[in-house]
Write a protein of this length. Structure first.
Length: 86
């Protein structure tokens, strides 16, 4: 992936993006809606272990999912993670 990824809203206490879930986030789901965003733009959802598959499937069925990265890895990369071959 190219470009700089956006910082998370509140990096001190990120929670899962699933509706009604208040569990700590473990995963970052990077996505892009090609009808609305430039190819290098990445939006993010956060997921706990329980909701990672559900949220990933939702984005992937629509062709939006670009990457799933552990939150700790996302935060440790100064310019966001780089996917091989992208």
């Amino acid at each position: 992936m190219e470009g700089v990824f956006p910082p998370l809203e509140d990096p001190e206490s990120p929670i899962c993006s699933a509706k009604g879930c208040r569990l700590p986030a473990v995963w970052v789901l990077a996505w892009n809606n090609p009808k609305l965003h430039t190819p290098d733009r990445r939006k993010t959802w956060l997921a706990c272990d329980e909701h990672r598959e559900h949220l990933s499937s939702f984005l992937d069925m629509r062709g939006f999912l670009k990457d799933v990265v552990r939150l700790e890895d996302w935060e440790s990369e100064p310019n966001g993670p780089q996917a091989p071959g992208n």
